[in-house]
Design a protein around this ligand. Structure first.
Ligand code: GDP
Ligand code: IMO
Ligand code: MG
Length: 426
């Protein structure tokens, strides 16, 4: 048994999908434990390019079971679309996909409630993906959720839905939105459920069997640690537990089984949506990163905010997750830059005073600080073809080593392109 968690060490989109796909050929199970279709995980392999939001990225490896654990919230239509897309690529998920009946289901009112709050907040809006994540998790923790279990009995489902609609419709009416119809939603959701029903079964036994035998289990986090509901830059976060600790509850895998935690971090920083981002660049360097890294959101198409690598924050997320390794991704995006900066800490923007660490205060103070940078020489030559660390230009090796020094974690993988093969193992 070996349980590896692949977790985002920044604000999401670190290339977790690529890393999970790469490692999945060794795994018997690949499982998601948090989030929903707010995630967009890109995989480029021999079957093509996939941007998956719910299906775990073990789908390309025929021996691998793909598990969606109870910690994930499900948009049924998204899941069915993905299953069809994967089938079209010639990959069969029958018998390999497991969706926990404990998963809560996103209902049509969830994105609408979310939109009402986002609009009411105006400039203070979180800038969500509008997939209903906040409201569906809020219903879950306040005992108002509807789970896949409920779909087994349409009469009970109807009763539960009726209660929710009584309250939700009053709310929607109060913000000038039309009422939702019980029978319409019921029929739509039952039809969607029928499309995925064959995959709905609890994976707990499968996972416990795997834990007691000599097999590899790979856990795929969604979002990034700085979007974690407890530890991220609240309220500019997501609704789930995104950190490695979430895997235990989100899948029913006790913490003692976890053997490896790979934090995935881009060689620079990006963020989609609102909230503090100390190293954000508003100049030509920022634009160069966005262009070279094709930094546009997978789910919403929004341009991602780009900036230098923030070692102060990644040191924190590495501790938070217990990272045993880092995967430093998109190093090739820095190929053309003559000078590269790394943030090692912060100073108060007006007094110049050295600042505390992020975790000591409210995330809002990240708006009042300026990053302290060190500068490193760029390598100004392509790296995408490189497969051995020693073949990287000396400046690129120095950059990777500096990231390891500053974050306190060994860098075990360097990704130099979107394709599965574009990887350096150290
Ligand atoms: P995830 O949400 O963490 O899985 O990441 P996304 O898929 O949202 O974003 C990562 C993007 O970077 C995708 O478009 C990937 O195809 C791409 N990508 C992954 N690794 C590399 C890399 O090493 N270099 C480059 N240039 N692109 C990469
Ligand atoms: P992956 O798994 C990047 C961001 C949104 C917004 C905040 C809350 O692909 O890394 P939500 O819709 O979750 O309520 O939005 O979180 N966000 C992500 N940013 N990558 C993601 O997922 C994200 N999922 C949510 O942009 O700022
Ligand atoms: Mg993504």
């Amino acid at each position: 048994m070996a349980v590896t968690i692949v977790v985002g060490a920044q604000w999401g989109d670190e290339a977790k999908g690529k890393m999970v796909d790469l490692l999945s050929s060794q795994a018997r199970i690949v499982a998601r434990y948090n989030g929903g279709d707010n995630a967009g995980h890109t995989v480029v392999n021999q079957y093509g390019t996939f941007k998956l939001r719910l299906t775990p990225n073990g789908f390309s490896s025929p021996q691998t079971a793909c598990v969606i654990g109870p910690g994930v919230v499900l948009n049924l239509a998204t899941l069915f679309d993905e299953i069809q897309m994967i089938n079209k690529a010639g990959i069969d998920l029958a018998g390999r996909l497991w969706v926990s009946p404990r998963c809560h289901v996103v209902m049509p009112y969830h994105p609408q409630v979310e939109a009402a709050y986002e609009e009411a907040k105006g400039t203070l809006a979180t800038g969500t993906t509008r997939r209903g994540m906040g409201p569906v998790y809020a219903d879950k923790v306040s005992y108002n959720g509807i789970r896949l279990f409920d779909f087994a009995d349409p009469e009970t489902l109807k009763e539960k839905l009726a209660v929710q609609l009584r309250i939700k419709n009053q709310f929607l009416q109060s913000v000038g939105k039309p009422n939702l119809d019980l029978n319409f939603i019921l029929n739509e959701k039952l039809a969607q459920y029928a499309q995925i029903k064959q995959f709905v079964r609890e994976s707990f036994g499968l996972i416990q069997d795997a834990l007691s035998s000599n097999t590899e289990i790979l856990l795929e986090a969604a979002q990034g640690s700085l979007l974690d509901n407890d530890w991220g830059t609240y309220p500019f976060v997501t609704a789930s537990t995104t950190i490695s600790g979430g895997a235990a509850a989100g899948l029913g895998i006790a913490p003692r089984w976890v053997t490896r935690v790979i934090g995935v971090a881009k060689a620079y920083t990006t963020r989609v949506g609102a909230g503090p981002m100390p190293t954000e660049l508003f100049d030509a360097d920022g634009e160069a990163l966005r262009k070279a890294g094709a930094e546009y959101g997978t789910v919403t198409g929004r341009p991602r905010r780009c900036g230098w690598f923030d070692a102060a924050l990644v040191r924190f997320t590495a501790q938070l997750n217990g990272c045993t390794d880092l995967a430093l991704t998109k190093l090739d995006v820095l190929d053309r830059l003559p000078v590269i900066r790394l943030c090692t800490g912060y100073r108060h923007s007006s007094t110049g005073e050295a600042m505390r660490q992020y975790w000591e205060g409210d995330a809002a103070w990240l708006d009042q600080i300026s990053p302290v940078y060190i500068e490193m020489e760029g390598w100004q030559q392509p790296t995408t073809h490189v497969r051995r660390f020693s073949d990287l230009p000396a400046q690129a090796q120095a950059y990777v080593n500096k990231v390891a020094d500053l974050t306190g974690v060994r860098v075990s993988f360097v990704s130099v392109g979107a394709e599965r093969e574009s990887i350096i193992r150290i």
